[in-house]
Ligand binder design. Structure first.
Ligand code: ACO
Length: 332
């Protein structure tokens, strides 16, 4: 009998109801629908209500993934939450998710890899399932970025949105010559660009004081062009690495479920990979950049509307603050 591999058994998402359009933003900062659409592909994004916290959205997405799989929360062996917008600095948002889902006393922890957080979580879950140390693992990507944006900075506030996505991974023996499941994951990071996208205040380097608050050091600061260039290059190489490791070439790929940061980034990645943009699952126009949530949200939409079907070969890739990035090949 083959050793276990991990397989996606269910997907889920949660998007807050409140929509903020480009035209609404143009009334808040010096920008326009035309500029945002042309430079990013974003038309609108979702904003969480005042009473909502990160773990509420994560638990809702997780619950939907468990329901799709028909697996009760009591059977979970682990919860991994990719987020850079936790409920509180300590403890992990995952423990609040564990509590809200009513899961048992299982390991629950956060992964801080920004936009690549979901892929990091997927890879960790895959290793635990392959080694036989975990059975059902819930992997959530969730961000409540609207709370850490400077809403007077047009260079950042137009890009991001709130939301959560989740997958339930479970074991499969994968007997046969075309087994389903996670075929490969590849993770990378390079701290040389750590300050290109950063929340500089609020940690040990720069504990928050009145001056820090006044200077919005607790908000997202970004050098967009630096990130743009490296994103195209690294997303292409990570995707290629994951495809080779998963035994796939461009013609085998049914869907690319990439992190939704900027439509221009994805267009350039598609042309370098020779995979047409029509095979990318795209929703950046409706949700903007939801960081670690973007891949599982896009996946859940494509699964529920029937685009992604059993046996399809998927490629996932993401890059974000750190910089941290990665790729994965998955047979659904
Ligand atoms: N509305 C109108 N004008 C704007 C806005 C705005 N919202 N933001 C910036 N501008 C202006 C700038 O001030 C600049 O004006 P200037 O020429 O008078 O100086 C001009 O537009 C061009 O600015 P650039 O920064 O050169 O614009 P660029 O084409 O690089 O687009 C963007 C900016 C969209 C941020 C792009 O660099 C980008 O997407 N980078 C990737 C960043 C990203 O996605 N980060 C998220 C996390 S990482 C990830 O997920 C991959």
């Amino acid at each position: 009998m083959n050793p276990p591999r991990s397989r996606i058994l269910g997907t889920g998402r949660f998007l807050p109801e409140q929509v903020r359009t480009n035209d609404q933003l143009a009334r808040m900062v010096d920008t326009s629908d035309a500029w945002i659409t042309e430079r990013t592909g974003i038309k609108e994004r979702r904003i969480a209500g005042d009473g909502t916290v990160t773990s509420d959205m994560a638990a809702a997405a997780g619950r939907a993934a468990l329901e799709m799989a028909g697996v009760p929360a009591s059977k979970l062996s682990m919860i991994i939450v990719g987020t850079v917008t936790p409920d509180v600095p300590m403890p992990a948002t995952a423990v609040f998710v564990q509590q809200k889902l009513g899961a048992g006393a299982i390991p629950s922890f956060d992964v801080s890899a920004a936009c690549a957080g979901f892929l990091y979580g997927l890879s960790i879950a895959d290793q635990f399932i392959r080694s036989g140390q975990a059975e059902y693992v819930l992997v959530v990507g969730v961000e409540l970025l609207s709370r850490v944006l400077d809403w007077s900075d047009r260079a950042t506030c137009v890009l991001f949105g709130d939301g959560a996505g989740a997958v339930l991974l479970g074991p499969t023996r994968g007997d046969g010559d075309r087994p389903s499941g996670v075929l490969s994951t590849r993770l990378y990071s390079d701290g040389a660009l750590a300050d290109a996208l950063v929340i500089p205040g609020g940690g040990t380097r720069e504990p928050l004081d009145a001056e820090g608050l006044a200077n919005k050091r607790n908000k997202v600061h970004m050098s967009g062009q630096e990130i743009f260039k490296v994103a195209v290059k690294n997303l292409t190489s990570a995707t290629t690495d994951a495809m080779v490791a998963g035994g796939l070439d461009g013609a085998d790929v049914d869907w690319v479920v990439a992190h939704q940061a900027n439509l221009r980034i994805l267009t350039q990645v598609a042309s370098r990979l020779s995979v047409p943009l029509e095979r990318f699952v795209l929703n950046i126009d409706r949700y903007g950049n939801t960081s670690s949530a973007s891949i599982p949200i896009a996946l859940d939409e494509a699964v529920r509307d029937g685009r992604v079907r059993e046996g399809h070969n998927l490629i996932m890739c993401a890059l974000g603050a750190g910089i941290s990035w990665g790729g994965a090949a998955v047979r659904f």
